[in-house]
Write a protein that binds this ligand. Structure first.
Ligand code: INI
Length: 155
């Protein structure tokens, strides 16, 4: 018999940190709302959520890693918005934050989910921050919740 193991979507009794960039805050504030909503809808308490603000997406991995090492949180969710616009900065910031978050998670063994938008236009970011393409903050929080429970089930 094949054993399929999945993490349940329950935040009950769990403690989370959100690491969010202030850059493009009109987008990232919506991602935070989506993430908190996902936690509360799955039985979590807003009192068990701490939001750490960083200047830009580039600063997210360092703070996420430090929080993961602290052992104070069951899961960490990273939220940001890197928008190509006309800045050559885009490719560097987008690739470093993705690599940095993945490394922080693997190096600490902690769930650190990735809810950093990387879009070509502001319109695409708006679509993914609570309008027609959903809310990526909520999706990243759901992925964090499921993976925390899966790791707990795996023992
Ligand atoms: N930071 C973002 O979060 N989003 C962006 O779109 C962005 N762009 O395009 O420049 C951005 N840059 C700032 C960067 O994250 C750092 O804060 C900065 O380089 C200082 O280290």
């Amino acid at each position: 018999m094949v054993a399929f193991v999945e993490g349940k979507l329950s935040s009950q009794g769990l403690k989370f940190a959100l690491v969010v960039s202030r850059f493009n805050s009109f987008i990232t504030d919506r991602l935070v709302e989506g993430a908190v909503d996902a936690i509360v809808r799955t039985g979590g308490s807003p009192d068990e959520v701490s939001v750490y603000k960083v200047p830009g997406a580039f600063e997210i991995p360092l703070v996420a890693k430090k929080l993961a090492e602290s052992g104070d949180y069951d899961g960490i969710c990273c939220l940001g918005a890197v928008i190509r616009g006309s800045t050559p900065h885009f490719d560097f910031v987008a690739s470093e934050v993705a690599k940095g978050v993945a490394s922080a998670s693997l190096e600490t063994g902690k769930v650190i989910s990735f809810g950093v938008l990387t879009t070509d236009t502001l319109e695409q970011a708006v679509e993914r921050a609570g309008s027609k393409a959903g809310n990526k903050g909520s999706e990243a929080a759901m992925a964090m919740i499921e993976t925390v429970n899966l790791l707990n089930a795996a023992g």
